[in-house]
Design a protein around this ligand. Structure first.
Ligand code: SAH
Length: 344
C-alpha cells in the first residue's frame, strides 16, 4: 500500500485523511503544527501516544531532505545540495539580508523550459517536487537559521508544477502552520500565461517575478523558447491582469547578457513597454555558465542601461551578487555534482 505524504496535503486534505484514519479532529491541528515546525519523524511528535505514533508511521510518511553538501560563501550565503528520498538532488540557497534570512528553493528536479543562458535546464526536467519537498527545504534550514522570506527562484519552473506550488504556498502561509507572511514570498516564472491567470485568481499577496530578459520578441525568442508560445505582448497583458486582480506590483527580472539584450536600444524599448505599469525592474548580472555561449555584460553597460530606465521613470534595482564564490546560481551546483559523481 502506498503511504500518504501528509506534508504534501493542505490542512483540509490532511484533516480528511486523518478523519478517515479514525482520529478526532483536534489531532489534525496538532500534527499540522508539528509538520510546520519541521518535524519529519512521527516519533518526535511528543504529544501523541507511542501507539498512535507507530500507527501513523504505518499509514503515512513525511517528506524530508538530507544534506549532501553545504558550501558557505564569504558573504554568509549558504548553498545546500539536498538529496531527496528517491536519490535525486536539488539545490537550495540561504541568503542573509538586513531584513532577515531569505531562502531560494527549487520547485522541480531539472527544468523543461530550455532558457539558453540557464544551467538548470541543460538535461531537461526529471520530475516535479511535491509540496512537502518544497517545504522540507525551508524546514531544514529553519532549524539553524530562522527563515523569514522565501523566493521560488531555484531550479525549475514553479508554474509548471502548479498544484503542488499552491498547496505549498497555502501551507507556508497558514496561520495554523508555518505562518509566513504572504508578502515575504516571491514566485518567479518564465511566463506561462494561462498559469499566471490561474495564480491571479488565487488572490495571494505574494510577489510575482517575471523573467522578461528582453523587451522584444526577436531577442526574447533567441533566449527563451517559451516566448514562441507566449510572446512579449501576451506576457505583459497577463502581468497587467495579475496586477489588476491582486493589486501587487510585478517584479521584472532582466539578466544582463553582453551584446545580446543590454544595448541602449533595448533599454529604451523596455522603458516604453513598462511605461505606466506598476512595475519594478531587477537587473541581474548574468552568471557565466560553462556550457552556455553567452557572457555577462560589463558593469559600465549595466550602469548605462539602468540610467536610461531611471531617466524614463522606471523603478530599477541591480541585484547584488551573493554567493558568487560558491556557484550559487540556478542549477550550477547540481550540474557540477552530477558531473563529478558520473550521474547522467
Ligand atoms: N523558472 C523560473 C524560476 C527559476 S530561474 C523563471 O524562469 O523565472 C530564476 C531566475 O534566474 C530567472 O530569472 C532566470 O532567468 C535566472 N537565471 C537563470 N540562469 C541564469 C544565469 N546564468 N545568470 C543569471 N540569472 C540566471
Amino acid at each position: 500500500m502506498e503511504l500518504i505524504d501528509l506534508t504534501s496535503l493542505t490542512f483540509e486534505e490532511l484533516s480528511e485523511a486523518l478523519r478517515q484514519f479514525g482520529l478526532p479532529s483536534f489531532r489534525a491541528g496538532q500534527i499540522y503544527r508539528w509538520i510546520a515546525r519541521g518535524v519529519t519523524d512521527f516519533n518526535e511528535m511528543s504529544d501523541l501516544s507511542k501507539d498512535l505514533r507507530l500507527r501513523l508511521s504505518e499509514a503515512f510518511v513525511l517528506s524530508s531532505v538530507t544534506e549532501e553538501t553545504c558550501s558557505v560563501s564569504l558573504d554568509g550565503t549558504k548553498k545546500y545540495l539536498f538529496r531527496l528520498s528517491d536519490g535525486n538532488h536539488i539545490e537550495t540557497v540561504l541568503m542573509r539580508y538586513e531584513h532577515g534570512n531569505s531562502v531560494c528553493i527549487s520547485s522541480q528536479v531539472g527544468c523543461n523550459m530550455g532558457c539558453r543562458f540557464c544551467a538548470s535546464t541543460l538535461k531537461g526536467k526529471v520530475r516535479n517536487l511535491t509540496a512537502g519537498e518544497m517545504f522540507a527545504q525551508i524546514a531544514f534550514i529553519n532549524r539553524t537559521d530562522p527563515v523569514s522570506h522565501v523566493v521560488v527562484m531555484g531550479v525549475g519552473e514553479p508554474l509548471d508544477n502548479y498544484d503542488a506550488l499552491v498547496t505549498f504556498l497555502r501551507n507556508l502561509t497558514s496561520p495554523k502552520g508555518f505562518g509566513m507572511s504572504q508578502r515575504h514570498i516571491s514566485v518567479s516564472t518564465c511566463g506561462l500565461v494561462p498559469r499566471m491567470d490561474q495564480l491571479a485568481a488565487e488572490k495571494l499577496q505574494i510577489t510575482l517575478s517575471v523573467s522578461l530578459h528582453a523587451p522584444d520578441n526577436e531577442t526574447r525568442d533567441r533566449l527563451m523558447p517559451v516566448n514562441r508560445t507566449y510572446p512579449v505582448e501576451e506576457l505583459l497583458a497577463a502581468c497587467d491582469r495579475y496586477t489588476a486582480a491582486t493589486g501587487r506590483r510585478i517584479s521584472y527580472e532582466y539578466i544582463m547578457i553582453n551584446g545580446v539584450n543590454d544595448t541602449p536600444h533595448h533599454a529604451e524599448l523596455l522603458a516604453r513597454r513598462l511605461q505606466k505599469k506598476l512595475a519594478h525592474v531587477n537587473l541581474i548580472p548574468m552568471n557565466h555558465v560553462e556550457e552556455r555561449e553567452f557572457s555577462p555584460s560589463t558593469p559600465e553597460r549595466i550602469r548605462a542601461f539602468s540610467a536610461i530606465l531611471t531617466q524614463r521613470g522606471i523603478n530599477v534595482t541591480c541585484r547584488r551578487k551573493l554567493g558568487k564564490d560558491i556557484d550559487a546560481s540556478c542549477g550550477q551546483l547540481r550540474a557540477r555534482f552530477e558531473r563529478e559523481h558520473g550521474k547522467q
